[in-house]
Design a protein around this ligand. Structure first.
Ligand SMILES: [Zn+2]
Length: 104
């Protein structure tokens, strides 16, 4: 059993590059939002919106091994892992090549 307390620290959200901007993927709120206000005006994009669907096309769904939560994570990874938004479990992410192999 791993102690969850060892995973304390700022929880970073995965980010997605889309068109000319960069967005946090917030699986807890089911939305994406601009990374860099006030350089850019903050924009909130619901997962369930026309733009949200297009942005989620650039993502894959990964399941948390601990609690089963489905998390949208970007195909183009900027990090090798993220944290489950429900239980905080560390989720290793696969790069695109590994994903293609998994689909075969
Ligand atoms: Zn979890």
């Amino acid at each position: 059993m791993t102690d969850i307390n060892e995973q304390k620290g700022p929880r970073r959200l995965p980010t997605l590059r889309f068109e000319d901007g960069e967005y946090f993927i917030d699986n807890r709120l089911n939305e994406l939002r601009t990374v860099t206000p006030p350089v850019r005006p903050i924009e909130f994009v619901r997962f369930e919106s026309e733009k949200g669907f297009r942005m989620l096309d650039e993502c894959v769904w990964e399941e948390c091994a601990k609690c089963g939560r489905m998390m949208a994570v970007p195909r183009q990874l900027t990090e090798s892992a993220t944290s489950c938004c429900d239980c905080g479990e560390r989720m290793p992410l696969r790069n695109e090549r590994q994903l293609e192999e998994a689909i075969r």
